[in-house]
Design a binder for this molecule. Sequence first.
Ligand code: URP
Ligand code: ZN
Ligand code: ZN
Ligand code: ZN
Length: 501
Amino acid sequence: CESGLGYCDSDSRLSSKILIKGGTVVNADHQEVADVYVEDGVIVSVKPNIKVGDGVRVVDATGKFVMPGGIDPHTHLAMEFMGTETIDNFFSGQAAALAGGTTMHIDFVIPVDGSLSKGYEAYVEKAKLSCMDYGFHMAITKWDDIVSKEMEIMVEEKGINSFKFFMAYKGSLMISDELLLEGLKKCKSLGALAMVHAENGDAVFEGQKRMIELGITGPEGHALSRPPVLEGEATARAIRLAAFVNTPLYIVHVMSIDAMEEIARAQKSGLKVIGEPVVSGLVLDDSVLWDPDFITAAKFVMSPPIRASGHGKALQAALSTGILKLVGTDHCTFNSTQKSFGIDDFRKIPNGVNGLEERMHLVWDTMVESGQISVTDYVRVTSTECAKLFNMYPRKGAIRAGSDADIIIFNPNSTFHISANSHHSRSDTNVYEGRSGKGKVEVTIAGGKIVWENEELKVVPGSGRYVSMPPFNYLYHGIDKADENYLTSLKAPVNRIKQSL
Ligand code: URP
Ligand code: ZN
Ligand code: ZN
Ligand code: ZN
């Protein structure tokens, strides 16, 4: 077939009317037993005992949960990074996502030579392979008047409402505090959400030199060179700069207690700071980086690094109490050959792990099966919160009349198994190799089509749609009032002095 992967099938576009019968429909705020009727890609009706005529595919969901498809806020498909390109493109990555119950993702556009428009065009090309809906964040890697103007174009014309600033990767993607400040101001003026990769890149560089001087060149050197304190420092700095500008902030891939506690402190003082844990940070620990087999250890190299056990547990607790709001993957997959670029020097191991296909199952197993969150919370952290933050709710993130028909049927009594032998990513390894647990996505419906059923994918390259996301999400409510009050408070002492003269 045209994908070369052997699992695309144009039959999937045939049945446009589907009735899901007898399941427990779960939204972020409510659950009830009801039928769901879908026509032409849209949910038409959600209520008990829907009657339909002929020509409707009926799917029995008795005893199962019917939930909004997952939305992954953080992926890197077909990303050129560290001298190579991620092994999953917009087709294989999305196919994997659909097999795991994720029906939309937001990928990071990387500018070309600092140019946002060139980066955007390149990603439009890459995304032509899409078999599910997707949106874009955009990274900002340099600053001048052109970039500033291009940010306006991206928001006003291209449907991008979020920008990522890398405080690490010195010499490639890293930005200065000065650029971060300019970027935060610009985001605020556009109603866009500023996102940061929070690690102190200068100190990481120093830490890397330190490891190499000590003769530590293996994957463990990666974790040792960029300890939690550097993530905590950058998180705190970004939070304070966003507070200074009075603009909301989204911290991507929160991996440590240090960063999480900065976020909690900020929230306590009223700041609008969102923390995103990723699956690897929630369920893995750094012992894997000490494996004597290079490839086994190198597959876990990502940034910020996977931390010592204890951090993951604390991140889970923070997710359950709402300090951390939604779960991403940072899916950024490299195969063994690519990972081995760093066989003699951990600094050359391409950074990134898989997770698009595994996220829904692992979050269920880790958070719901353990009793840490409810089923409705599960929908919130895997789908609805992302839809709300990036301003596409209730088109996405809800099972209700008028929403896109992105739906999963989840059997809580079945089991999932993870292995590179059976996953749909093109990678030859999986960081969750051998894991299994309770709960299974049995059916995935994306854009109103059944794309995953009976362990079989039926997906068509080119069928995915770009989702345009408008600015000014809910975090922006009240920001103008706060700015007015701030200005008034600045003028008050000046006026008092004038009056006393
Ligand atoms: O190691 C990682 N996280 N790779 C992807 C790039 C990023 O920092 O998100
Ligand atoms: Zn094909
Ligand atoms: Zn990052
Ligand atoms: Zn990332």
